[in-house]
Design a protein around this ligand. Structure first.
Ligand code: XMP
Length: 327
């Protein structure tokens, strides 16, 4: 059984050699814990669950069942990348569930941010539970819990997001192979496991996804405007060497319109807000001031390529007083 607590004298995993030693140790421990039983994992494609998946594939191969739920609020290309990396390249036993319609139908007309979060979280558990019930002989649930999650839940800062929430008929023993690691160590381990850089060095992405960036009641057309503008922003950050340097960057599309002009005709469309922030602890954040040429280029690309956007704004507000996300 893997360690529940990080030993006080544990060396920080900073090199491939230390990562490989950790990987070997975890594989031995997980094989001892799991035997020939089956393990279920909700694979979001985020760093933590991806590293857990890659570790378990090494340890138990096809006895790991990964479930990737697409709630329709993922970034452009994300579900495709999860399928490519895990099913095609690592040969994982991956169940892909496209639940887009289910989520968007439930969210239709819902304006309140916390209600939106509750619907997304609740529906996610329901979809995952339905998939779990279709599978036979699962005894374990793997989770990407990391050491700061434990520290924060002990300090009462954050409720620890875990199996908690699964219905009573679905109770599993937990497998948490990265539980004693800090985030930077998870990345070093992910890199040593051969996961792609854009997965390992990925910026944080909230569980409710683009849903909290499509401000107010989510509509499919405005959600597409968020997804397309986010894809352009990420592409330009990567091209300009800002990927991995800026802590978090994204676009927001609020639900109001303003007048514009395109091809000699009047438009009445949404603005797209760019937000790029830096932080160490997310309690306080500063904003990244972008080079003027990059801003001009982003304005041009977003207004010409994204349907329904006729104006680009930049949010240079630190936290406090603003939160990182708009909702
Ligand atoms: P705020 O907006 O609270 O964001 O300043 C701080 C960090 O947390 C992320 N965030 C979330 N992550 N579920 C998540 O998993 C959420 O509901 C959620 N809301 C905010 C946000 O992206 C930022 O990194």
């Amino acid at each position: 059984m893997s360690l529940l607590n990080r030993p006080a004298n544990m060396e920080r995993i900073t090199t491939p050699a230390l990562a490989n030693a950790f990987i070997d140790e975890q594989i031995t421990d997980m094989r001892a814990q799991i035997g020939d039983k089956k393990v279920l994992l909700a694979l979001s494609g985020g760093v933590d669950s991806s590293v857990v998946a890659a570790l378990l594939i090494k340890a138990i191969g096809q006895n790991l069942v990964c479930v990737h739920v697409n709630h329709g609020l993922l970034r452009k290309g994300e579900p495709e990348q999860v399928i490519k990396v895990f099913r095609e390249e690592l040969g994982a036993n991956l169940v892909y569930v496209d639940a887009t319609d289910r989520f968007l139908d439930k969210l239709a007309g819902v304006e309140d941010p916390e209600t939106k979060r509750k619907i997304i979280g609740g529906e996610f558990i329901e979809v995952f539970a339905e998939e779990a019930r279709k599978l036979d002989g699962i005894e374990f649930l793997a989770q990407g819990t990391i050491w700061p999650d434990i520290l924060e839940s002990e300090a009462g800062i954050k409720a620890h997001h875990n199996a908690g929430g699964l219905p009573d008929d679905l109770q599993f023993e937990l497998v948490e192979p990265v539980r004693i690691l800090f985030k930077d160590e998870v990345r070093v381990v992910g890199k040593a496991l051969g996961l792609p850089d854009n997965m390992v060095y990925r910026q944080p992405f909230p569980g409710p996804g683009l849903g909290v960036r499509c401000v107010g009641a989510i509509t499919r057309d405005r959600l597409e405007a968020v997804r397309e503008s986010d894809a352009i922003l990420r592409e330009e950050f990567a091209k300009n060497g800002l990927e991995g340097k800026v802590w978090q960057y994204f676009t927001v599309v609020p639900d109001f319109k303003s007048t514009g002009v395109k091809d000699g005709k009047r438009t009445f469309s949404w603005p797209c807000v760019i937000r790029a922030i830096n932080t160490t602890d997310v309690m306080e954040v500063t904003t990244e001031h972008l080079p003027p040429e990059l801003i001009d280029h982003l304005v041009k690309r977003i207004t010409s390529e994204v349907e329904g956007i006729n104006r680009v704004l930049i949010d240079y507000t630190p936290k406090p007083p603003a939160t990182v996300e708009w909702e």
